[in-house]
Design a protein around this ligand. Sequence first.
Ligand SMILES: [Zn+2]
Length: 70
Amino acid sequence: MATKKVGSAGRFGSRYGKTIRVKIAEIEKRQRGTHVCPYCSKQQVRRVSLGIYECRKCRAKFTGRAYTLA
Ligand SMILES: [Zn+2]
């Protein structure tokens, strides 16, 4: 199945309505993308699991918010 405009929310098919799928796609994009490290200020921080983040540059592991870093 071709990926739709809703990105990662394409897994929901046509369920739940378009607006809410666009919103969740936006949140998931932020969640899976890289964040700025508070220690070395590089854009190298990935979310490890719920609330846990790790910098790929300086290996710092720290907590943040559940889905995004602060
Ligand atoms: Zn760092």
